[in-house]
Ligand binder design. Structure first.
Ligand code: C2E
Ligand code: MG
Ligand code: MG
Ligand code: MG
Length: 290
């Protein structure tokens, strides 16, 4: 049984690992049950055009609420969902939710807001992944160019030819593709020329180093490279005015971060958009996090 096998990777057959393994297995069981009981939530974090201040998109981010009101971090449960294979079903559901949310945008005439969805390696490895997405878009009558997939360098390095094939099929439909956490993956840069990409999301660890010379050298090299390759660039994890001004000076087009807004439930996002009232809503820092 494939699921069981993938779990033995945690084991290494060493006794001291046993407790940790049991903890993870228990968490996977709870995740599976809570997903089946529809207890997972998709939250959204705005992405802002730095020239206009408008919200041009949102990133969908999974949330796993606990009975005590806390949340288990995706950083903790996504890897477990990946190892267990659960991410395939959960990921398909997230795309489903995104399609429904785009419909809600359309009903209010927010016709330019895109939704970015994170995609994991096991989803990508599925046969007919592009067709599955096409079908979901069709079912909800959502235009493909409203959807962006965020993939990591680890996906690209898995099997570059296979990934190129999948990306071209997605691209053909009109779906956007972004590289997430760019710069932390130790991957070769040559794929940037070969793959049909739209944007690079510069990892927040670099953004948080933007007050230091060493951090700036890396950021400015990445931004320059993206500009020359004709790729859009999103600065991830903008937390203060200083970082914002810095990325504006670099002519970095788009940004996302707590400074503008934290991830929020769909209803709250709709209220935020309504408050700003219009197709291209402007997000001032006063509208920021709560
Ligand atoms: P990511 O895709 O890089 O998402 C951005 C993360 O940065 C989110 O963490 C977001 O809440 C956080 N963030 C945004 N702005 C700021 C900021 O200004 N400062 C700081 N410190 N953090 C900021 P989150 O929601 O905890 O998600 C963690 C990771 O879990 C995501 O990183 C993504 O890799 C994964 N993930 C979340 N949802 C999904 C999903 O639906 N599918 C898959 N495959 N992975 C997901
Ligand atoms: Mg992401
Ligand atoms: Mg990520
Ligand atoms: Mg990221």
């Amino acid at each position: 049984n494939a699921k069981k096998n993938s779990f033995e990777r945690f084991n290494y057959y060493r006794p001291y690992m046993e407790e940790e393994t049991q903890r993870r297995l228990h968490m996977v069981r709870r995740l599976r049950a809570d997903f089946a009981a529809r207890k997972l939530e998709v939250w959204y974090q705005p992405q802002v055009d730095l020239n206009t201040g408008c919200i041009i998109g949102v990133e969908s981010l999974l949330r796993w609420p606990q009975s005590d009101g806390s949340f288990i971090s995706p950083a903790e449960f996504i890897p477990l969902a990946e190892y267990s294979g659960l991410i395939v079903d959960i990921g398909a559901w997230v795309i489903e939710e995104a399609c429904q949310q785009i419909r809600r945008f359309n009903e209010r005439d927010y016709n330019n807001i895109r939704i970015a969805v994170n995609v994991s390696v096991p989803q990508f490895r599925m046969r007919d992944f592009p067709e599955l997405i096409e079908q979901q878009l069709n079912n909800h009558q959502v235009n493909a160019d409203r959807l962006e997939l965020e993939i990591t360098e680890s996906i690209v390095m898995e099997d570059p030819d296979f990934v190129a094939d999948i990306l071209y099929r997605l691209k053909q439909q009109g779906i956007h593709v972004a590289i997430d956490d760019f710069g932390v993956g130790f991957s070769s840069l040559s794929y940037l020329q070969k793959l049909p990409l739209d944007r690079l999301k510069i990892d927040k660890t670099f953004v948080h180093n933007s007050s230091q010379d060493s951090g700036r050298i890396i950021i400015e090299t990445i931004v320059d490279m993206a500009h020359r390759l004709g790729l859009g660039i999103v600065a991830e994890g903008i937390e203060d005015q200083q970082q914002l001004e810095y990325f504006k000076r670099l002519k970095c087009a788009e940004a996302q971060g707590y400074y503008f807004a934290r991830p929020m439930p769909a209803e709250q996002l709709m209220k935020l958009l309504e408050r700003e009232n219009g197709d291209c809503v402007s997000l001032s820092s006063s509208a920021a996090s709560d």
